[in-house]
Design a protein around this ligand. Sequence first.
Ligand code: HEC
Length: 115
Amino acid sequence: MKGFRILNKIIAVGFGLFAMALVAVLLIYGQGFDPASSGDGLPTEAPELYQQACAQCHGKRGEGVVNVTPTLRGRGLPPERIKAQIQKGSVKMPAFPFIQGETLERLARYVSGLK
Ligand code: HEC
């Protein structure tokens, strides 16, 4: 029955490799499909994300820069409008298409609520 033992080994090794490949694929795809990912290595928490992606133009607290960028704080801008602006950008503002899903929702709510 020696032939069978070798066959069993080949099957066991093959199965092991298959399982490892499956785990690797799941890990890679799992990262890509994370709905809370902001992409581009940016943080996902709204305050940190705002500081890294928006503050250099709109000010650390959304105060804006006179004649350069609009004030965001204290205006109660609707989150829907903020989301559209982040996704599409405008004349002088770049779009941030990689900010998506829950991260986009949270950022829009955060900016809307800046006081
Ligand atoms: C390179 C500078 C720059 C960056 C970075 C930037 N913005 Fe802007 N943003 C602008 C400018 C300039 C405007 C005014 C519209 C225009 O001239 O394009 C604007 C307009 C807006 C508006 C519309 C305000 C209104 O009065 O309707 C919102 C909302 C906004 N930005 C949010 C954000 C958020 C959130 C981020 C970060 C993800 C961000 N911006 C990053 C420059 C910037």
